[in-house]
Design a protein around this ligand. Structure first.
Ligand SMILES: Nc1ncnc2c1ncn2[C@@H]1O[C@H](COP(=O)(O)OP(=O)(O)OP(=O)(O)O)[C@@H](O)[C@H]1O
Ligand SMILES: [Mg+2]
Length: 250
């Protein structure tokens, strides 16, 4: 049996908007096994990013449990959760977030700075991960000089620098054209094949083909789970171009 990395069970999350409490996540859950390429999809506002924040230990659920590497994540303090994240997780967002005064190389090894590794060691490791995403040539540049696709490659390198077990990505191709998106997805696929577990939110149903498991959320609940090559996924992609059912609107 595959080893479970993460399990979210019976998750509820409410936010206080003014004086009113609004339920955003309404009893959602899923689990992720080691080696999975898990894609979370669903319409805008259904709660995908909120679920990622909850599983990353950034946002405690109102109710429900998150088990990360066999431990109850929210039994740990905020600082302990931050440590766990730093050691075990690489995170990528739609928009790269750079320290503008630093070069590509320095941005990539920045997460290692706090670990007390010698500078030469950090540089070597940063060049290694930049080479893994085909960006070692751009090491001395400023990140702002790079294209969107190149910046996301560098984001991926930065996420990989601590050799995390898990990569979590929230619409990493959301700002990219289709060619750059395909290249980024191919990199995720390669790293997944090399053993990294991936959890990704995407709007693009075309990318469900990369997933070993896909989870469809609608309005704060999970409405469907699909395995790799699940024939129902074919229907979803076709429906994308035709009339969408509520579940299929992403
Ligand atoms: N910190 C917060 N305070 C109040 N409301 C929030 C907060 N975070 C999220 N929400 C609300 O929760 C709902 C779900 O948001 P979430 O960002 O999880 O959706 P999403 O599925 O990621 O959408 P998208 O595809 O557009 O990124 C939205 O209505 C959003 O306004
Ligand atoms: Mg989102």
């Amino acid at each position: 049996m595959s080893e479970q990395i993460l399990a979210l069970t019976g998750i509820h999350k409410s936010f206080n908007l003014g004086t009113q409490e609004t339920q955003i996540i309404k009893g959602a859950g899923f689990s992720v096994n080691k080696g999975d390429f898990m894609i979370l999809f669903g319409p805008s506002g259904c709660g995908k990013s909120t679920m990622l924040n909850i599983l990353l230990g950034l946002e405690p659920p109102t109710k429900g449990e998150v088990t990360f590497l066999g431990k109850n994540l929210y039994s740990f303090s905020e600082d302990e959760r931050a440590q766990m994240r730093k050691q075990q997780v690489g995170i990528i967002y739609q928009q790269s977030n750079w320290v503008k005064s630093l070069s590509v190389l320095e941005n990539v090894y920045f997460p290692l700075t706090l670990r007390g590794l010698p500078e030469e060691e950090r540089k070597k490791r940063a060049l290694e991960v930049l080479a893994m995403v085909g960006m070692d040539q751009g090491a001395t540049q400023n990140p702002a000089e790079l294209s969107g696709g190149q910046q996301q490659r560098v984001s991926l390198a930065r996420a990989l620098i601590s050799d995390p077990a898990l990569i979590v990505a929230d619409e990493p191709t959301g700002n990219l054209d289709s060619k750059a998106s395909e290249e980024i997805m191919a990199l995720f696929k390669r790293f997944n094949e090399q053993g990294k577990t991936v959890i990704m939110v995407t709007h693009d149903l075309e990318y469900l083909k990369f997933a070993s498991r896909s989870v469809n959320m609608v309005d704060g609940v999970v409405v469907g789970e699909y395995g790799a090559n699940d024939e129902r996924l074919g229907n979803l992609s076709v429906s994308k171009r035709g009339n969408l059912t509520k579940e299929q609107q992403v």
